[in-house]
Design a protein around this ligand. Structure first.
Ligand code: PHE
Length: 460
């Protein structure tokens, strides 16, 4: 253990906002609308909400129990709870996932910063639909610009992480999360009040179940894990800073509700504006291009007759993305920093520096995979897509499955009970249900979905 004194979050609301800050990120505003668009709109949302309720919530409670009980980083937590066993690999897989996700996530985070700058400079003014693909392609394929933004994003993340849990992560989340909600509300109201918005709302709210198949369900599950920051010990690490009076079940419920609400809200912002601008969503509009090609153009057209409004909406939207991304990169960074510092007895500063340097190096390759390295394909995917696929569709669900098995089968049930009830001071009625889901439902459901998708065993 590091000799530095271990901090806690200063308040319960600080803990909720920090965990929600981790969960709410590009996953909600970038990945969720893309997945929804590709997988049949409202039908996907229903499957997604089921994944959050049935798998996400119990696994989040597990992570909270493991973290708060051990008060240590995610790999150390398994070492403490299951000494001399192989369970430590679940924690280590989590640290690896955090490391990989941070590396490619910060690339897109950097793009959001560039687009905020372009919005502030009013660079989208007067541009037409044909200009935006070129603006985006020129930017991402430029060998330097995206790299510089990615590095800058990493440095800001680094600075907040080294300021510690209370003075850095908590303080930042307490300011940024309310700001994020206000921006979202303003944008949603603007978008919903556009003429033709109803088509966008219909797309979001009217389910077409013929679109649901094995890969939709895998995508919904992967998205739920990614969006809730589950399966990699991120929330386990944050829970290690929870105070003893934090209500674990309530915190998990709040975080899941906030995260799902923000994801759906971002659909309310994006789709009415997209349909208003006369777009019919096809596969070219979804993918990273939705946020960086379609939307800047949509904002110009939708609010074009009031130029000041389109100017402000663009700035707010990209700023929203920057804020959401930053509270998430901080949490991934913290997973790896806490691991290195506590397991290898390094100072937080040194550990954080190693994480920043290593992730930036890998981030460079991810970033260049949109430009000079775009010819390099591994398993038919670019470096960026491969990292995204492996981490969110495989590592996180596998991590989540083992976390469920660990808490459901291995962990002493007295520990589970004491943590959920704060040593008997809270009356809880859902203990048996959570344990049942963790023992049977979550592992079996995740295994079926994974085996099916990887083609190892076809169930449906
Ligand atoms: N949950 C974050 C998002 O939705 C991404 C994330 C994944 C953050 C894993 C931390 C850990 O963008």
């Amino acid at each position: 253990m590091s000799k530095e004194i271990r901090e806690n979050f200063g308040s319960k609301i600080g803990a909720v906002l920090a965990a929600a800050g981790s969960a709410v990120g590009l996953g909600n505003i970038w990945r969720f609308p893309i997945e929804t668009g590709q997988n049949g709109g409202a039908a996907f949302i229903i499957v997604y909400i089921l994944c959050v309720a049935i798998l996400g919530l119990p696994i989040m409670i597990s992570e909270f129990i493991i973290g708060r009980h051990t008060h240590t980083n995610t790999a150390g937590a398994y070492r403490k709870l299951a000494p001399g066993t192989q369970w430590k690999w679940v924690g280590r897989l989590g640290v690896l996932s955090g490391f990989i996700i941070l590396s490619y996530y910060s690339v897109v985070a950097g793009w959001t910063a560039e687009y905020t700058k372009l919005s502030i400079y009013n660079s989208f003014d007067g541009k037409t639909a044909t200009d935006f693909p070129a603006i985006f392609t020129n930017f991402v394929s430029n060998p330097w610009k995206p790299l510089i933004w990615m590095l800058l994003f990493m440095i800001v993340t680094h600075i907040i992480v080294i300021r510690g849990v209370k003075g850095g992560i908590e303080k930042f989340s307490k300011i940024m999360m309310p700001a994020l909600f206000i921006i979202m509300m303003v944008l949603a109201i603007c978008s919903i009040s556009l003429p033709g918005a109803s088509q966008g709302l219909e797309f979001l709210l009217k389910p077409d179940f013929s679109k649901i198949n094995g890969s939709t369900i895998l995508s919904a599950m992967g998205q739920a894990f990614f969006s809730l920051s589950l399966g990699l010990g991120c929330l386990c690490t944050y829970a290690s800073y929870f105070r003893s009076d934090t209500n674990i079940g309530k915190t998990a419920l709040n975080v899941s509700i906030i995260d799902t609400f923000v994801a759906i809200m971002s659909g309310f912002i994006i789709f009415p504006a997209v349909f208003n601008a006369g777009y019919t969503l096809n596969s070219n509009d979804i993918g990273p291009s939705l946020l960086f090609i379609t939307l800047p153009n949509v904002f110009q057209q939708a609010f074009g007759n009031i130029p000041l409004l389109s100017y402000i909406v663009s700035i707010l939207f990209y700023l929203l993305l920057v804020v959401a991304a930053l509270t998430s990169t901080i949490s991934m960074h913290e997973v790896v920093t806490a691991y290195l510092s506590e397991e290898f007895n390094l100072s937080r500063h040194k550990a954080a520096l190693m994480v920043t340097a290593a992730c930036s190096t890998i981030g460079i390759f991810c970033s260049l995979s949109f430009g000079p390295l775009n010819g390099i394909q591994l398993f038919g995917m670019s470096i960026f897509d491969l990292f995204d696929y492996i981490s969110s569709n495989i590592f996180l669900p596998v991590g989540g499955m083992f976390i469920a098995i660990f808490t459901g089968w291995y962990l002493d049930k007295q520990i589970v009970k004491n943590e959920i009830s704060n040593n008997g001071t809270l009356r809880i009625h859902y203990l048996k249900l959570v344990i049942f889901v963790l023992r049977y439902i979550a592992p079996i459901a995740i295994a079926i979905i994974l085996l099916n998708q990887l083609g190892i065993f076809k169930f449906f």
